[in-house]
Design a protein around this ligand. Structure first.
Ligand SMILES: [Fe+2]
Ligand SMILES: [Fe+2]
Length: 453
């Protein structure tokens, strides 16, 4: 017999099935949400015994900072507050919690203090709140303890509660840019359902290449920071291989000319080379080889094969993303005082500039060939394009001059480069004959960009 799930449980499962949301590295994310509470504790009446059960509902709000959010080992930390009304033995009580949380991947823990007001035979008590949780996309569930350490009515001693909490939250990215991998955008991103996709990190030497930076003059903190940044870049470059595989498939689907297909495939091979260089640098600075593991290729499977989507992606991911990557790699190579790293950066800069040019050719071809829907999609993307990005944080304990001389962009330099490229992309794109009629009411958005989700 078929039995339908209750609507509330169905909704929770459906939302939980959503993939985790992409957040910007170092970004602040606000999470307003709804919670449901179920709690159990030994009965407050020793003569009766058994267990008191109660249930309630309320709201929560957390403000968290994501670290290394562009990698699968992302962790977060921040503050969380919850308030709820609870029915205990048919009497209303108030529940409130204030604390902090830290999570790694989808597993985390809340630690704080909570308060229960009197009602339903229980006393008012203040206690320690310890609650491990599992977060799945928009939904989470936690199983925690309320350990009372003070109470208002000593005649009825409060006892530890077990608290099961389920929640639905809406993550709102406040700061951070998804285009910046440690200040050096690494080319065409792989985006699926608004998320940036990168591979798992593996430990092997399969992705090494012939590059050997000067490691010895650097202190440990700088070496570790450089290793982490080059690892991020390696994962991003590796994701770009899949991004160009997708581009090639999309171009095939819409009958693109062979020159575009050839160059899309060549670009994928360039990205293999970039990834190998970056993983090698990460391994040399970090003292252990790193490599990409499995990557989710749903972005290829679910690619939207219409001219409007291809044009929009070429504009944002190619003209802007790879244009910024090319400019940053070029300026970084000029400042870099390590000849080996300089050689890598110069090669990457040349390739990314070619990829940027390919994106313009794809965009122009789509506009020439398509109808109004393509022009409308590009106009919409241009208006939504962030004109500026927030400054990223330099890794703690790292000297700015050493960082720059090691071939890494400084925060203000990355932001300025992005702004220059974005302005150039906007002015050039609006010059296409099909865009001219849409040029009114145009200027790039000045507000801080939000992470694509
Ligand atoms: Fe690229
Ligand atoms: Fe690249």
């Amino acid at each position: 017999m078929n039995r339908a799930l209750p609507p509330g449980l169905s909704l929770t499962l459906a939302l939980a099935a959503f993939p985790s949301l992409a957040r910007a590295d170092g970004g602040l994310v606000a999470n307003p949400g709804l919670i449901g509470l179920f709690f159990a504790r030994p009965s407050s009446d020793p003569h009766v015994g058994g267990v008191d059960l109660a249930a309630g509902a309320g709201v929560e709000f957390s403000l968290v900072r994501y670290e290394r959010a562009l990698r699968n080992d992302a962790f977060l930390y921040g503050g969380v507050a919850q308030v709820a009304g609870v029915s205990r033995n048919h009497a209303a009580t108030f529940y409130g919690m204030l604390g902090g949380e830290v999570a790694y991947g989808g597993l985390g823990v809340e630690l704080g203090s909570n308060v229960w007001t009197a009602g339903g035979g229980g006393p008012t008590s203040v206690g320690l709140h310890v609650a491990p949780y599992l977060s799945l996309g928009f939904a989470y569930v936690s199983a925690g303890l309320h350990l009372p350490f003070a109470q208002g009515d000593a005649s009825t001693p409060d006892l530890p509660h077990f608290v099961l909490t389920t929640g639905l939250k809406v993550p709102l990215t406040l700061t951070g840019s998804p285009l910046s991998f440690g200040g050096l955008p690494s080319g065409r991103p792989l985006v699926h359902d608004g998320r940036l996709i990168v591979a798992d990190t593996a430990t092997n030497d399969l992705w090494t290449d012939d590059v050997s930076p000067e490691v010895n003059p650097l202190d440990d903190v700088t070496r570790r920071a450089l290793a982490a940044q080059w690892l991020d870049d390696g994962l991003a470059e590796h994701a770009s291989i899949a991004a160009f595989t997708r581009v090639a498939a999309q171009l095939l689907a819409v009958g693109a000319p062979p020159e575009l297909l050839e160059d899309a495939h060549r670009a994928a091979l360039d990205e293999v080379r970039h990834a190998r260089l970056c993983f090698t640098l990460a391994g040399m600075y970090g003292g252990a080889w790193k490599a990409p593991g499995a990557i989710d290729v749903g972005a290829i499977r679910d690619a939207r094969c219409d001219l409007a989507s291809i044009a929009r992606e070429a504009l944002v991911e190619g003209c802007l993303g790879e244009g910024t990557a090319a400019a940053l790699a070029a300026s970084a190579s000029e400042r870099c005082d390590d000849p080996e790293v300089r050689r890598c950066l110069a090669g990457i800069a040349d390739d990314e500039a070619r990829h940027e040019a390919l994106a313009w050719r794809i965009l122009t071809w789509c506009l020439d060939r398509g109808g109004d829907d393509v022009g409308d999609a590009v106009a919409q993307a241009l208006r939504a394009m962030p004109a500026t990005v927030p400054l990223f944080d330099l890794p703690r304990g790292v000297d700015r001059a050493v960082w720059s001389a090691s071939g890494r962009a400084l925060p203000e330099e990355a932001a300025a480069t992005h702004a220059t490229v974005a302005a150039g992309v906007a002015s050039r794109a609006w010059q296409h004959p099909k865009m001219a009629a849409r040029v009114s009411a145009v200027s790039p958005r000045r507000a801080a960009p939000r992470s694509r989700r």
